[in-house]
Write a protein that binds this ligand. Sequence first.
Ligand SMILES: *[C@@H]1O[C@H](CO)[C@@H](O)[C@H](O)[C@H]1NC(C)=O
Length: 180
Amino acid sequence: MNRALCTFSLVLASSLVLLHAESAANDIVVDTCKKVSSRDLSYDFCVQALRSDPKSRTADLQGLGLVALNLLERNVTSTGSYVQQLLKRKWDRFVRVRLSDCSELYSEAVLHTRESIEAYRAKRYPDVQNWLSMVDTAADTCESQFKEKPGASSPLTKQNGDAMQLGALGLNMVAIIAGS
Ligand SMILES: *[C@@H]1O[C@H](CO)[C@@H](O)[C@H](O)[C@H]1NC(C)=O
């Protein structure tokens, strides 16, 4: 083999190895999302959410669960501050009352998510499930109270939907981890 060809093959071989390592590392995200996606959690949302944290590239299943819970914590925390920002604007009474409720619901959701992370680290999975259900209920309650008046619309539909899907992600992952 001449030298150029030899170098070329070497480069090709090592990029194949790298490519393989990369896809193997990502398989756990794909595998997990295939298992946990459901009516409440789309597969695409799952993959995008988990891949948004670089830690998911090297995590095992246990680590990936923590990645999911940390995503949820960051999510409900920023939604909480977003609601605070919204409350500084002018709203009619119907919306204002509900936004303040959502603000409370989200500050509790932040605490509940932190509890769920502590419980997860201690492998107290039923506790994790309880805390996560409370987060899910909070987002659901925030969203549905805007439907009490015909024609009213929620300014938080996307945020509540994200929190519910991330909550479902955490719940479904914990179900697998606790069962394995
Ligand atoms: C919440 O998480 C979703 C999914 O990772 C992301 O698309 C969205 O931007 C996050 N929202 C906030 C407010 O951080």
